[in-house]
Design a protein around this ligand. Structure first.
Ligand code: ATP
Ligand code: MG
Ligand code: MG
Ligand code: MG
Length: 576
């Protein structure tokens, strides 16, 4: 590739809205271009990185026995109505209509569509297990798109789905993926951790997130430096019950008109994932002024982990719930806080809790105007949008850092990470409502056991940069660099020898299968070097008249402080 024919579009300054290094550098290096909030074009330089990432993912997925297909970005709503997600998912799910007024969604993932394929195509136990995946555009109308492609609204994900005949086999399929993910992330050349994640009631231990270690990560990883124990925040909380737990408090400002915010809206408001196995009690009270006018409505969410019947919870019939808090029932809450219907005092938390809302919301009618549980619309309260973001990670440090690790092999430490992958055992969560069954040996229909496995293809370059950059720019690991080598001729317009030597080296490297770019733009050395250091090409070869006279080129790795003089033939040893 020649730079004069490519599109090298570097910038001196990053745009003002770029807060983190990866966003700034991707913009400055001309990898991405913003089109709208959370919507980016992948410019030629950035696309090369994406293609390498996809290539590695594809290779390892295929090696692990998964089969690639391509499912639509725009999906008819009816499939999402079958599983209830059309109603239960909050505004992250982009709902659209066609000219006939029919409902569609832009896929945030593809469980519904792939389950539909499975129920049509996988009819017999002989066809199981099967793993189907695609690398496709997703859209999630994130509450706070930020950090460029790290948390964008349109992004590319690799999502795979396994189908098995029973739990044992499904767990084996999950393990195959967990292993493939390690192979994938090893190949990227990034420092990462596989951390245990909360999979709700069904999953047991079968959920892991793959987190790239980075100081700017939005997630916290709780780990033990002496062993391989590592968990995400929610999981670590559940495993460290020694500390007293309070309820998370959350004050929201009431807005003028009664709205129709769903619990999913709340999840999005709080920027937390919506998990179907977590249930919430919502308690609220009005604050009035001297004239009795409502000035503020305070809302508390109590989050109950585990799968419980909401009617039983409301009736106070569920003792010892597996809750994120000690207080399981309404009666206990009232008892503990000394509150009475109509008023709730502030609930103090001695332990930070990541708030997770669910589609099932029980609203105490005494305290709030009530909610329509069937479609989960709050009718009495409209959630304020100006919620301050709690610093969950800082709070977590205070609470769990230094605690003994659950495996007893040391104490817990905390670091930040970026979630780049997630493997998850689903059970029959989707196969059941969609009746995805196969016939077993006796001809009896059985529900398929499923798992799902995601990788954030477009988030990965950003995560890689957070981990690998300096004041001059990006430093790509070889495996995912847009170009492996840049050949920089000095004074090419003046020297025919330099021009010929540069072209020759370029051609030879290309013939040897090296991703090489020849900078034939005629830039001055300083500007030329600055561009490639910003772009982050790991290997650079400089060709000059002076060097050629000595029969030498200058080789420098992006991390090296100085160049090394080498013979042309030696270059291959460095870059392959
Ligand atoms: P997050 O916690 O960051 O919101 P998630 O848990 O909602 O991510 P999953 O549903 O597990 O995401 O999707 C699989 C992968 O897709 C994630 O591990 C992440 O790498 C990627 N991903 C999710 N949301 C985004 C986004 N808004 N922008 C870019 N990548 C994303
Ligand atoms: Mg997540
Ligand atoms: Mg999310
Ligand atoms: Mg996830």
């Amino acid at each position: 590739m020649k730079a004069s024919q490519f599109l090298v579009s570097t910038l001196k300054e990053a745009p003002a809205d770029a807060e983190v290094a990866s966003h700034q550098l991707m913009m400055r290096a001309g990898m991405i271009k913003k089109l709208g909030a959370g919507i980016y074009t992948w410019m030629p330089m950035g696309l090369r990185v994406l293609r390498k990432i996809e290539g590695i993912v594809r290779e390892e997925m295929n090696r692990a026995g998964a089969v690639e297909l391509l499912m639509p970005v725009i999906q008819p709503a009816e499939y999402w109505q079958e599983t209830g997600r059309y109603q239960s998912m909050g505004p992250e799910l982009l709902r659209i209509k066609d000219r006939h007024d029919r409902d569609f969604i832009v896929q945030p993932t593809s469980e519904e569509v792939v389950t539909d394929i499975a129920r049509q195509e996988l009819r017999s136990y002989k066809q199981l297990p099967r793993n189907l995946y695609h690398i496709q555009t997703k859209f999630r109308d994130e509450r706070r798109p930020r950090f460029g492609v790290m948390r964008s609204r349109e992004f590319i994900m690799k999502d795979a789905y396994s189908f098995d005949r029973d739990v044992t086999s499904a767990k084996a399929s999950y393990q195959v993926m967990a292993k493939a993910y390690r192979a994938i992330f090893d190949r990227f050349g990034l420092r990462y951790r596989a951390v245990a994640a909360d999979s709700g009631a069904i999953g047991g231990d079968l959920s892991e997130e793959f987190q790239v270690i980075a100081a700017t990560g939005e997630d916290a990883i709780v780990y033990c430096p002496n062993s391989d124990y590592a968990a995400n925040m929610e999981k670590a909380e559940a495993l460290a019950p020694s500390k007293p737990r309070g309820a998370a408090t959350l004050a929201l400002t009431k807005t003028a008109t009664p709205g129709k915010s769903t619990c999913a809206d709340v999840a999005q408001l709080l920027n937390v994932p919506l998990q179907s196995t977590v249930k919430s009690l919502v308690l609220a009270t009005d604050e009035t002024n001297e004239r009795g006018e409502i000035v503020k409505t305070q809302v508390w969410l109590l989050l109950l982990r585990g799968d419980h019947d909401m009617n039983e919870i409301k009736a106070g019939k569920v003792p010892g719930l597996d809750v994120g808090f000690r207080f399981a029932t309404v009666a206990e809450v009232i008892d503990h806080f000394g509150t009475k219907p109509g008023y709730l005092g502030p609930i103090n938390t001695s332990r930070p809790v990541k708030i997770v809302a669910d589609r099932e919301v029980a609203v105490m009618s005494d305290w709030i105007c009530g909610a329509n549980e069937a479609d989960f619309h709050m009718t009495g309260v409209n959630w304020g949008r100006d919620l301050p973001e709690p610093d969950v990670i800082a709070d977590l440090r205070n609470v769990v850092e230094g605690d003994p690790s659950p495996d007893g092999k040391g104490t817990l430490a905390i670091e930040r990470g970026i979630e780049v992958g997630h493997v998850f055992y689903l059970g029959t969560k989707y196969s059941k409502p969609m009746q995805a069954t196969f016939l077993d040996e006796t001809g009896k229909p059985q529900l398929m056991e499923m798992g799902c496995y995601g990788i954030g293809i477009t988030r990965l370059p950003a995560a890689a940069i957070e981990q690998n950059h300096d004041e001059r720019g990006i430093i790509w690991p070889d495996a995912i660099a847009p170009f492996g080598v840049v050949v920089c001729p000095i004074g090419m317009d003046r020297s025919a020898e330099v021009k010929a030597a540069a072209q020759k080296l370029h051609d030879e490297l290309e013939a040897a299968g090296v991703d090489v770019i020849l900078d034939d733009r005629g830039e001055r050395p300083g500007a030329m070097f600055a561009d490639w250091e910003l772009v982050g090409v790991p290997h650079r070869v400089v060709i000059s008249d002076r060097g050629l006279k000595e029969g030498q080129l200058e080789y420098q790795h992006r991390r090296d402080a100085a160049a090394t003089k080498v013979a042309a033939a030696e270059v291959f040893g460095f870059v392959k």
